[in-house]
Design a binder for this molecule. Structure first.
Ligand SMILES: Nc1ncnc2c1ncn2[C@@H]1O[C@H](COP(=O)(O)OP(=O)(O)OP(=O)(O)O)[C@@H](O)[C@H]1O
Length: 308
């Protein structure tokens, strides 16, 4: 069931369009990666979901209701949000911050204490936030976003400042929340390594959704070439003449070819009969490659700040 529903959203700031007909759905238990250049419209979309902004046109529904309505307040406690560059009252301790935010959400501060522990901040709970490292602040931000076991979680650059171990820990928690049915939107510029955690990806550019789907759909739509690496002996000499032009790299012991998705099937049959092949592997376009393709292939003007 769709828990976040955006239909044909438009939004302007001082006469300049920030969103131009954005439609997106996020289901219960789904993680959507929301990607895009600086200025693409991701934060504006998140603010509309939070009800912090009203759209000029289109419709926002979160858990079936309009989040900009004042009577949405009761539902808001089911939304967790981590903004980019999160900041806190520096003079308060971690425990005081989380306790305060828990009370604002109408949740027992004890849950905040448990979340601090979960985020590895137990020892630092009584320290003032001004003494926290960037990674610790980010973990405190995540702890507050998880207050109240949210049904909707909106995360803007959640792993910035986290070391690899903390990043892994973070994604394990995301997986748990997903399994409990939470709908999660994860805005990120960090594309490498994030694929396994995303059910679908939406790429935004210049206030529009340029592409949306799971990775296999985006791959099929992109028609980007696949890479085939063959290991063995005398491979290039054995390769039939019509496939020689696909060779991108030939070294002793291996050759690398690039083929279109249509050529892949034929090539798979050819290499099965090719003498000298010891082993081979296919490499599909990864998320950063798809992202580059979608952004640059679809750009119709260059008003966006830049590609990150
Ligand atoms: N409050 C505002 N007043 C004026 N313009 C705004 C405001 N908020 C956003 N914009 C403009 O709307 C466009 C979309 O901005 P938005 O912050 O949604 O992009 P973003 O994809 O989140 O970018 P980033 O990755 O840099 O955070 C940009 O051109 C931005 O300058």
């Amino acid at each position: 069931m769709s828990i976040i529903h955006l239909r044909q959203l438009s939004k302007q700031f001082a006469g300049k369009a920030a969103l131009k007909g954005v439609s997106l759905e996020v289901a219960e238990g789904e993680v959507l990666g929301l990607l895009g250049h600086n200025g693409a419209g991701k934060t504006t979309t998140i603010k509309l979901i939070l009800g912090l902004l009203r759209p000029d046109g289109g419709e926002v529904r979160v858990m079936g209701e309009d989040p900009a309505r004042t009577d949405f307040r009761g539902q808001r406690r089911h939304i967790g949000f981590l903004q980019e560059n999160v900041s806190f009252y520096d003079q308060l301790t971690g425990a005081e911050v989380i306790g305060y935010l828990a009370r604002l959400k109408g949740i027992t501060p004890l849950q905040g204490v448990a979340l601090l522990e979960q985020m590895g901040l137990k020892e630092a709970a009584e320290r003032r936030v001004k003494t926290y490292s960037k990674g610790m602040r980010q973990r405190l931000g995540l702890a507050q976003a998880l207050l109240g076991e949210p049904r909707v979680l909106l995360l803007d650059e959640p792993t910035v400042g986290l070391d690899p171990l903390a990043t892994q820990h973070f994604y394990r928690q995301i997986e748990e929340l997903r399994q409990r049915g939470c709908a999660i939107i994860l805005c990120s510029h960090v594309l490498a390594g994030v694929e396994p955690y995303l059910d679908r990806v939406a790429v935004m550019g210049q206030g529009r959704v340029l592409a949306v789907g799971d990775l296999s759909t985006l791959r099929a739509e992109s028609q980007l070439p696949v890479t085939l690496t063959l290991h063995g002996t005398n491979l290039q000499a054995a390769l039939p003449a019509q496939y020689q032009r696909l060779v991108r790299q030939a070294e002793s012991g291996h050759i690398r070819l690039q083929a279109s998705p249509e050529q892949q099937k034929v090539l798979a049959e050819v290499i099965c009969r090719l003498p000298g092949v010891e082993h081979f592997h296919w490499q599909q376009p990864n998320l950063p490659e798809l992202y580059q393709h979608i952004c640059y292939g679809a750009a119709d003007d260059h008003t966006t700040d830049h590609c990150s």
